[in-house]
Design a protein around this ligand. Structure first.
Ligand code: C2E
Ligand code: MG
Ligand code: MG
Ligand code: MG
Length: 290
């Protein structure tokens, strides 16, 4: 096999620009203090099955509000935590908070939990053990945990990634390539690495209704994922039209403001009680074991 270069055109910005008011200056001490006092909160965004609309699970998203009341975007404090070495503590807090919430709120279901792993953590050999330990502590089967790694970090060091992916897979976790379509994956890497899912970058999904190019890209990613026997999730579903478009393409899962914004734990529980029929959740295990 020879290396096939780019699979999917790299179009669009990798990140939505951070609003200027998110850039208020804070120090390492301030973020460290917030971690000491366990002030970071986790919000939960529902992920549904496109076909039936059943709830599959949630993505955990970190939130930080400073003492002065200013909310800082994770697109700002996550890279900051990575560069200052606070990321390990931050990740551990997100992992335990999210697992405690999920098992407390939905004790008798097999709902899935998607967790974001930072690029820097990829080289941390203890990470898989720490997440496995948290799973045991909260009695969650590792197959219900989907670890999301951005395409850019997943594909930048193929050797490290193969080690890492294998380490996580041996422990039974699922792995997802986040923000897929804006980085550079090779077909060879995609086929060889035991990922479970591709997550289409939201820039393509948000613009699908208006842009033929975005529709073509979404369609190509869904078909690529299925050819490689990977599941595919679309994030950034902001309207009914887009959800219908994804259903037609047989995209597996959808997430976005049209379904729900990320919510704090209590609100997410309420959302499930009000919006999801009891027989429409817990089917998450279908996703865990396709
Ligand atoms: P991501 O993992 O790609 O998460 C999806 C982002 O898209 C979230 O932004 C979510 O609020 C947003 N989103 C979801 N649906 C829609 C939609 O329909 N329209 C639009 N415009 N946006 C939507 P958020 O929460 O600001 O997080 C940004 C990024 O920060 C995440 O991107 C992830 O890479 C990172 N992040 C968040 N929490 C954590 C964490 O605990 N650990 C690590 N390592 N990274 C995190
Ligand atoms: Mg993610
Ligand atoms: Mg993403
Ligand atoms: Mg992202």
């Amino acid at each position: 096999l020879t290396k096939t270069p780019v699979v999917v055109p790299a179009v669009g910005p990798a990140r939505i620009p951070v609003p200027q008011d998110d850039l208020g200056e804070f120090t390492e001490e301030e973020l460290a203090g917030a971690l000491d006092r366990r002030e970071l909160r986790v919000f939960y965004q529902p992920i549904i099955e496109c076909a039936a609309g059943a709830l599959a699970g949630f993505e955990a998203l970190a939130r930080w509000t400073r003492a002065n009341g200013q909310a800082v975007s994770p697109d700002v404090f996550i890279p900051f935590a990575e560069s200052t070495g606070l990321i390990d503590r931050l990740s551990d807090q997100v992992v335990s908070q999210a697992m405690a919430w999920l098992t407390g709120a939905f004790p008798d279901t097999a709902l899935l939990l998607s967790l974001n792993l930072s690029a820097r953590s990829l080289s941390d050999e203890t990470l898989a053990d720490r997440i496995a330990q948290a799973c045991r502590q909260h009695a969650i089967a590792p197959a219900r945990i989907i670890l999301e790694i951005t395409e850019t970090s997943a594909m930048s060091h193929s050797i490290t990634t193969l080690d890492l992916v294998t380490r996580f897979r041996i422990k039974g976790f699922q792995l997802s390539i986040d923000d897929f379509g804006v980085g550079y994956s090779s077909l060879v890497q995609l086929a060889r690495l035991p990922f479970s899912e591709l997550k289409i970058d939201k820039t393509f999904v948000i613009s699908a209704q208006k842009s033929k190019e975005s529709r073509s890209i979404v369609k190509a990613i869904v078909s690529l994922a299925h050819s490689l026997e990977l599941r595919v999730t679309a994030e950034g579903v902001e309207d009914e039209w887009t959800l219908g478009f994804l259903k037609e393409l047989h995209c597996d899962f959808a997430q976005g403001f049209h379904i729900s914004r990320p919510m704090e734990g209590g609100a997410a529980e309420k959302w499930v009680r009000e919006r999801i029929l009891p027989d429409r959740y817990g089917s998450g295990i279908d996703r865990a074991d396709p």
